[in-house]
Design a protein around this ligand. Structure first.
Ligand SMILES: *Cc1c(COP(=O)(O)O)cnc(C)c1O
Length: 355
């Protein structure tokens, strides 16, 4: 006899993480190659001696620090074991099986998966030919069943970001009872000043009497703590209360909380790192374009090559050169910006691609 599990899960694909191959350069998961910020390693070591105790499930100290930093109250901030967990909680807190969440496609691969786990529908609006969010089509796709909208800015995997004026016009038109999540996992890498900080947009919407914007960020990318799992968001207190109800107690462990707090105190180290990565992003983009590749402008720590049918061959070619990129079927390949030497290895491989 076989055990009974939910029949609808049979259709659900497993999340495929970026590959790791011994001896190869991994540019597949948008991690920073440089490791945690140097001052944070000490905090992690110090926190290790207290792991016999349960963590503070409410994340009091970290939430207080984040609230101060973001300019909101502590009841407007939630933390979780990575922003992927926040994505899941957001769907759980807003959608039933009757409801819809809306997002662009391609975008972050976790969105449709978390919707499926809850049993909500995921409505996907294709990116424009220029690989941008099609905000007009997203507005047109809103129905009475829409409960949640994810806007990934900059977008993973295409790297491009939505200028503030366009995003503002979109937010102005979304019905105020629908939660709009600005997923800013890569915010720290943004250098284009026309890309407005989500917290500024959240405040503007509040000033207009609307409180439906959520800004979600993570310690996994720029801060280099992907292995410790901490993400956070700021949004309406009512929603944050609902998120706490669907929070698995103690999800954010004590070492992760200590590391996140120490990371927030290391802004100079963070700024230096992000500047270096942005400079490398410019160098890699220019070299690829010079070689004839189409590369959308990226504001994140990766670049995207919309190679279409050539994507699988490009992926295999990079693997032959011991460089792991992230291939998306016959759409394109996403390549994380690593150290200058890693980027050189990738460029050498890419420039030798004749497929
Ligand atoms: C990497 C990523 C996240 C979150 O990652 P966590 O490690 O779960 O915090 C969220 N959104 C996007 C778009 C990402 O690329």
């Amino acid at each position: 006899m076989t055990v009974r599990t939910r029949a609808d899960l049979a259709q659900l694909p497993l999340y495929v993480p970026g590959r790791t191959i011994e001896g190869a350069i991994k540019l597949a998961s948008n991690e920073v190659s440089a490791g945690p910020l140097p001052s944070v390693v000490e905090a992690i070591t110090a926190a290790a001696t207290s792991v016999n105790r349960y963590p503070d499930s409410a994340g009091t100290a970290l939430i207080a620090k984040l609230a101060g930093r973001l300019g909101v109250t502590t009841d407007e901030v939630a933390i979780a074991a990575g922003s992927v967990q926040l994505c899941q909680q957001l769907v759980q807190a807003t959608c039933t099986t009757e409801d819809e969440m809306l997002h662009a496609w391609r975008s972050f691969e976790a969105y449709p998966l978390v919707a499926a786990v809850v049993g909500a529908s995921s409505v996907q609006v294709p990116l424009t030919d220029g690989h941008d969010h099609d905000l007009d089509r997203m507005l047109a796709a809103i129905t009475p069943a829409t409960r949640l909208i994810f806007v990934c800015n900059p977008n993973n995997p295409t790297g491009n970001a939505i200028p503030g004026d366009r995003l503002r016009a979109f937010l102005d038109q979304v019905p105020a009872e629908i939660v709009v999540v600005l997923d800013e996992a890569y915010r720290e890498f943004v250098t284009d000043e026309s890309i407005t900080d989500g917290m500024e947009l959240l405040r503007e919407q509040r000033a207009k009497g609307r409180d439906n914007v959520v800004v979600m960020r993570t310690f996994s990318k720029a801060y280099g703590l992907a292995g410790l799992r901490v993400g956070y968001l700021a949004g309406p207190a009512e929603l944050v209360t609902a998120l706490r109800k669907v929070y698995l107690p103690f999800s954010v462990n004590s070492v992760a909380q200590a590391a996140a707090i120490a990371s927030l105190d290391a802004q100079d180290e963070l700024a230096t790192r992000c500047k270096e990565i942005a400079a490398e992003r410019g160098r890699v983009t220019a070299a690829l374009r010079e070689a004839g590749f189409e590369v959308p402008d990226s504001e994140a720590n990766f670049v995207y090559l919309p190679l279409g049918e050539r994507t699988p061959a490009f992926n295999e070619h990079c693997l032959d050169h011991k460089v792991i990129v992230r291939a998306y079927a016959t759409d394109g390949a996403r390549v994380t910006i690593g150290t200058p030497a890693e980027n050189d290895a990738f460029l050498a491989a890419a420039l030798a691609f004749t497929g």
